[in-house]
Design a protein. Structure first.
Length: 295
């Protein structure tokens, strides 16, 4: 089921130009990837989700921009949060967790392929993603991590992997997902769930604690809302939170727009292809607004 909130009317006009530039260029990114590979070789970690920011300025109609991005991205978890100075525009495709009837479900997203330029190429991209041993290994590492995280709050023996290596298609990329669920222990509070699961393993790496230490070392800017969680809690014990990827943050005072992008780095990762994957994840913005450009 896809959840979307529509905000704003009309489309941004040509006066709403914004150019988003990466704060980390390929040279520094390559050095970071090599450092992560050294940590992997030393046994510190298996995978690190390395990210960087794109930033620029936007003075246009934020609700209209959100409306256009959400409609074009067709993401299941869209949100527009205006806190006064800061506004969050999120078109996330990834479920962090849902809670219903005492069952908690997570759907980690790890594995990406760019959409094909024509039908045959697009079908081929799906098949290559689905059969890629590298992408499957990345996904499986996070599935195992989330199984362990869920075990902290689950009834003994109730954690199950319901689906593996499914491919979901979005306007600019294909994504590999798996589904892990568990029966929540009686008396478990929402704070217990966040303490066990947050941040989502798909945006950290494995093992989680050491990966987060490496992330702090290599990523010079704090992620902010990016890679956090956005969602709601409903009466009756239901809840749903997305992972805040494909998410823009706008500062009304400075008109600064920021977006984080990243990818999973393993021993087999090559800096050039990982950097290209990162940029492809940001194309959902410019794909819907011809005045956006990623440099």
């Amino acid at each position: 089921e896809r959840h979307a909130v529509e905000a704003g009317t009309g489309l941004p006009d040509s006066s709403d130009d914004v150019a988003l530039e990466p704060l980390k260029h390929i040279e520094q990114y390559t050095e970071d990837i090599e450092q992560i590979r050294r940590y992997i070789a030393a046994g510190d970690c298996y995978q690190v989700n390395h990210t960087f920011q794109l930033t620029g300025h936007f003075k246009g109609d934020l609700p209209a921009l959100y409306h256009q991005i959400g409609r074009g991205q067709q993401a299941p978890f869209c949100s527009y949060l205006d806190s006064g100075r800061f506004t969050i525009l999120s078109a996330s495709p990834e479920l962090f967790f849902s809670l219903k009837g005492g069952v908690i479900t997570t759907r980690p997203m790890k594995g990406t392929a760019r959409r094909g330029r024509w039908s045959e190429e697009d079908v081929s991209a799906v098949e290559q993603l689905r059969s890629s041993s590298k992408e499957q290994a990345e996904n499986l590492m996070i599935v195992d991590l989330l199984r362990n995280d869920l075990g902290i709050v689950a009834e003994t023996g109730s954690v199950s992997v319901d689906k593996m290596f499914e491919v979901e298609t979005y306007p600019t990329v294909h994504q590999m997902t798996s589904t892990v669920s568990a029966k929540l222990r009686n008396g478990t509070a929402l704070t217990d769930i966040f303490r066990a699961l947050f941040p989502c393993g798909s945006v950290t790496g494995a093992p989680k604690r050491r990966s987060m230490e490496i992330i702090r070392e290599l990523e010079k800017e704090p992620r902010g809302i990016y890679c956090g969680a956005v969602g709601y809690v409903a009466p009756g014990g239901e809840a749903l939170f997305s992972v805040a990827i494909r998410t823009l943050l706008h500062d009304k005072e400075t008109c600064r727009m920021t977006m984080g992008i990243g990818s999973a780095v393993t021993w087999d990762s090559a800096a050039a292809s990982e950097y290209a994957e990162c940029l492809s994840k940001g194309e959902f913005v410019k794909a819907q607004h011809h005045d956006f450009s990623l440099i």
